[in-house]
Design a protein around this ligand. Structure first.
Ligand code: NFA
Length: 101
């Protein structure tokens, strides 16, 4: 066996890929009661009443509001959970998701 020590010229630097986050977006509508939207935000996103109220009002005034960002699966299941909570109570409440830049 050779005594010559062979080492690579370059050492690979481990690259850690951060998963892309997806935003959950609350869409305004003319029918879902404000208190209902606030309650759904508190329940699904574990927000205080104060935080939930502010996000609800931002969507109400601007048409939509980013609620939070998660990995894709979590974002999609939270959007579905929120939308279904509205549907089960006869409201057209809608949450969508969108990948972050
Ligand atoms: N615009 C609704 C209302 O005035 C409240 C609402 C806010 C609905 C945010 C959906 C999203 N009752």
């Amino acid at each position: 066996m050779s005594d010559i020590d062979v080492k690579p010229d370059t050492i690979a630097k481990p690259k850690i890929e951060q998963p892309r986050l997806h935003k959950v977006i609350l869409i305004n509508d003319d029918y879902t009661p404000r208190e209902f939207v606030t309650a759904v935000l508190m329940m699904v996103f574990h927000m205080s009443e104060d935080q939930a109220y502010r996000i609800m009002m931002t969507a109400h005034q601007r048409g939509a509001c980013v609620v939070a960002a998660f990995t894709r699966d979590i974002a999609e299941s939270k959007a579905t959970e929120g939308t279904n909570a509205g549907r089960q109570n006869g409201h057209p409440l809608e949450f969508t998701t969108e990948p972050e830049e």
